[in-house]
Design a protein around this ligand. Structure first.
Ligand SMILES: Cc1cc2nc3c(=O)[nH]c(=O)nc-3n(C[C@H](O)[C@H](O)[C@H](O)COP(=O)(O)OP(=O)(O)OC[C@H]3O[C@@H](n4cnc5c(N)ncnc54)[C@H](O)[C@@H]3O)c2cc1C
Length: 484
């Protein structure tokens, strides 16, 4: 079939533009590539009318990965500030775990303009203001997209491959018809309701557990952010991205426990107000934040979709539920997946096989690079969400050895090797249960990681692999329930 394009990228957000660069790089700009986004051209890549709602933090390692493989380097103005890492504080602020290493605070409003400029230089086309509503099919393969342009009428464009980068709420993934391997719907308990402000402020009390220009701060606290965490990410000495995320059923339980009726926006305002290092905070009026100073959005915190490809179709970024289950960091995985997806799309087109089998390599490469660890982290995240503040305090103080901290800082599941050796020294029934739970998540993580390392080489082995995966996840859930 003659198609309008070789590759259509649905969604010109962060993941979509990285795919565009990667396709251009790996095909030496030979492939005809189109990015379609529902945002107007004046607000490219925005998640909603409230802007590009995000904590804006990404590790240098992930950016370096993208740069190495696509040739695209980020600098100012899209990088607004550099940090030495992320510091996660226990509820009592007595213990901190560093993770992720050196990183950047991005300006998400400016970034897509830079991304799109580069993509255009590479020969990529853009259609803005088109709300995509579905996929087109040729036999059992996806062959394009359809939607509604802003001014009215119908929109249809065809391609050999459609890459779905339309984010969390993807309408394309929800309705896909040519696969039983891709999951369509996300469990509400695997979604965090989040929000944040970008603010200027005057210096208050000097307190590095509240604001640190060199570190992104995370506050674990089941009263402040039940089932999630609060964050204070520096964008300069007097500028901050401050917000929090919660799991809604846990927020309801917390409200019941405390006799409150708080919602996410109210919790954020309280969180800002109680920060002693930040005085007279006000929403940023910087030109680079003009459409982006405040807003709420959702982010998934589970393993990536069990399968990332169907005939003529690939999933990338938030539409594939790629944010890391422990901290909802989705920029890093989007950079890695976008890079790999672009390369695999080019390889499939050059090999003349854009069917499920021809695109299968993307599943494998993403799992090898990043996705192998996410199911174990999903189990760990579910367990942490059940803990009380005093259990988190105790666990962070007593159960985290140097090796565990190192694993967490690499984004891996810790081993909790010391937990077993402490044995009966653990004080209190709840903390003994915590120790048991940590040992159990470690055991489940080993099984799950090994299972992902054995991801099938072709679609043929997938049914059996997925059956075993869900068996392992069910087993992990039952094992963890004993300690929750
Ligand atoms: C409050 C919050 C804080 C976060 N903080 C961090 C953080 O600090 N670090 C981090 O790594 N991650 C963070 N994340 C996650 C991160 O923002 C996402 O993982 C990242 O933006 C994913 O990029 P994406 O391109 O996959 O999706 P998106 O950024 O959502 O882009 C999707 C694009 O598709 C377009 N689109 C959607 N539907 C359609 C349609 N039907 N038709 C056409 N176009 C469509 C949208 O307009 C948009 O341009 C946070 C998320 C939230 C909500």
């Amino acid at each position: 079939m003659e198609t309008d394009y070789d590759v259509i990228i649905a969604g010109g957000g962060l993941a979509g533009t990285v795919v565009a660069h990667s396709v251009a790089k790996h095909s030496s700009r030979r492939l005809r590539t189109l990015v379609v986004d529902r945002s107007p051209e004046s607000m490219p890549g925005s998640k909603s009318v409230s802007g590009w709602i995000c904590g804006d933090a990404v590790s240098r390692e992930a950016v370096d990965y993208m740069t190495k493989h696509t040739g695209v380097a980020w600098s100012g103005p899209e990088i607004e500030h550099t940090v030495k890492g992320v510091m996660a504080f226990s509820p009592d602020r007595e213990t901190a775990i560093p993770f992720d290493g050196d990183g950047y605070m991005l300006n998400r409003q400016v970034l897509p303009q830079e991304q799109n400029r580069r993509a255009r230089e590479m020969g990529v086309d853009f259609d803005f203001g088109v709300n995509l509503t579905g996929l087109l099919y040729d036999g059992d393969s996806v062959c394009g997209v359809e939607g509604r342009p802003r001014g009215g009428g119908a929109y249809r464009k065809t391609a050999k491959i459609v890459v779905d980068a339309t984010g969390m709420t993807s309408m394309l993934r929800n309705q896909i018809r040519n696969t039983d391997k891709i999951e369509r719907k996300v469990d509400r308990r695997d979604v965090e309701s989040t929000g944040r402000h970008i603010m200027r402020f005057e210096a208050g009390e000097e307190d590095k557990t509240e604001f640190d220009p060199d570190y992104c701060i995370i506050h674990l606290d089941q009263d402040i952010a039940p089932g999630g965490y609060g964050w204070v990410f520096p964008k300069g000495n007097d500028k901050v991205n401050i917000g929090l995320g919660v799991e809604k059923t846990l927020l309801a339980r917390r409200n019941e426990r405390l006799g409150k009726k708080d919602d996410v926006s109210g919790l954020i305002d309280e969180y800002v107000a109680r920060n002693r290092a930040i005085r007279s905070p006000r929403l940023s009026e910087d030109a680079g934040d003009s459409d982006n100073a405040t807003g709420n959005f959702q982010v998934s915190v589970r393993r990536q979709n069990d399968c990332l490809v169907a005939g003529g179709y690939m999933l990338v970024g938030d539409s594939a539920w790629m944010p890391k289950p422990l901290d909802a960091g989705g920029i890093g995985p989007a950079l890695i997946a976008g890079t790999i997806a672009g390369r695999c799309a080019v390889a499939a087109i050059e090999a003349g096989d854009t069917g499920e089998a021809g695109l299968w390599q993307y599943n494998r490469e993403y799992i090898d690079e990043y996705g192998y660890k996410t199911a174990g982290l999903e189990v760990f995240r579910r367990f942490i969400q059940t803990l009380t503040n005093s259990q988190i305090n105790y666990g962070m103080r007593h159960f985290l050895g140097d090796m565990d901290v190192e694993s967490i800082s690499r984004g891996e599941h810790p081993d909790f090797g010391g937990v077993g050796r402490l044995g009966m020294l653990v004080r209190g029934a709840l903390n003994r249960r915590l120790a048991g739970g940590l040992r159990a998540t470690t055991a489940q993580n080993r099984l799950l990681t090994a299972h992902y390392r054995a991801f099938p080489e072709s679609p043929r082995g997938f049914g059996e692999w997925r059956r075993r995966l869900h068996g392992l996840l069910g087993g992990a859930g039952a094992a963890m329930a004993r300690y929750s």
